[in-house]
Write a protein that binds this ligand. Sequence first.
Ligand code: SAM
Length: 487
Amino acid sequence: MEKIIDEHKQGEALTLERKLENSKKLFIESYGCQMNFADSEVVASILANEGYNTTQNLEEADLVLVNTCSIREKAEVTVRKRLEKYQAVKRKRNPTMKVGVLGCMAERLKSKFLEEEKIVDLVVGPDAYKDIPNLLSEVEEGRDAVNVILSKEETYGDISPVRLQTNGVTAFVSITRGCDNMCTFCVVPFTRGRERSRDPQSILEEVQDLANRGFKEITLLGQNVDSYLWYGGGLKKDFDKASEMAKATAVNFAQLMDMVARAQPKMRIRFSTSNPQDMTLDVIEVMASHKNICNYIHLPVQSGSDRILKLMNRQHTVAEYKTLIDNIKNLIPDIGISQDMITGFPTETEEDHQGTLDLIDYVKYDYGFMFYYSERPGTLAERKMEDDIPLEIKKRRLQDVIDLQREISRKNLLRYQDQTIEVLIEKESKKNKDEWSGRNDQNVVAVFPKGDYKVGEFVNVKVNECTTGTLIGEAVGYADYWYNNVD
Ligand code: SAM
């Protein structure tokens, strides 16, 4: 009996200890690419083990972390403003609050934040998140803490991410880290290191876990997913040195996607981002052979001029890109395609710019992410080329590109008029609380009256109206495939 009481007391003490442990509050914000949002979920998981719960309220946070982006100067300016905000809150309301910078800016600016600017307590690069608990101990002892070491192996494959601000329906699953492409404009290889792929087994397990928890759609994520190659671990560039056995049993992106699609026939599968130089026909064939792999490809090209593509160190010509697009459209006629474009790269002429407009017109993309060139410190373009296109010309060319893309996007959407499309319900429409919002296979947003349908259900939606970016319709029943015809 005594033993039972003792155990009971011990149990109570343990619960109290856990509660106290769990009373620490983490406020975490992410800027930039989807990888950053996925990384923050890894960080939240690491810190949950240290007793941190996430909060949406900055003022009550014990620890504030900002996951940062360096891709363009503007992204860095935004983060700097947030750091000023944290400083103000710390000064006025919460002096014991600790502030940390994560991700690409941490990697790029390293200890500058701590030593020169003295505005943060810890600085953690994208491959050092497992070290955060140690770094926090350093901070507790009054020392500045920094770890920006880039890794050859780290993929966080062993960490089960805490889903932040989740709709419970869609989730990101990281499959590669880093990038080897060395596009001359891009800071990513310097901030995120060399490319490495994650063990397919751990990917399948994470996806299974999401399926068990009711998630309906996953996006396989990487800077360059088509380049995925698992051969037992290590950098992609070291594949040549692998054993014959490792090479023979290696898993590439097409195989990985096939494995995931087969394992989860009731889940929708997306992927991002593709690089044209690494996208092979077998990837498109796998997409075409699985109903549950969405017919949507985000395929950045950056420019429609061979001369500029060469200067950017993109490993393909405009003609090769067009052939790839033709192949994709032949194999998957109802594909949705989006692009990334950069205007005003060094030396870009009006003729080069016209090439970009012509390419957009040729491909007739459904959507685009368009930017004017922003010189990034440390990149080859910054070191070897003069940023010689005046800002107003960069911006004017960007506007040309945006205008053309908008017009094409609007025309493309008309193909859905009066059609019935399958939509996965994700959330309430921002504009109308009586409507659901979701996306179709091709990643187009559709809104429609809620009826008796629920978030996470696949429904057939009859499209009554096409606006610039959204389809407006009405649900006409459940989507057959997801409930019946599962292969
Ligand atoms: N890995 C993808 C690729 O290059 O095919 C894209 C990754 S990057 C995170 C996202 C986009 O940001 C790029 O496709 C490019 O259009 C844009 N970007 C990257 N560096 C830029 C720069 N220095 N100036 C303007 N835009 C940039």
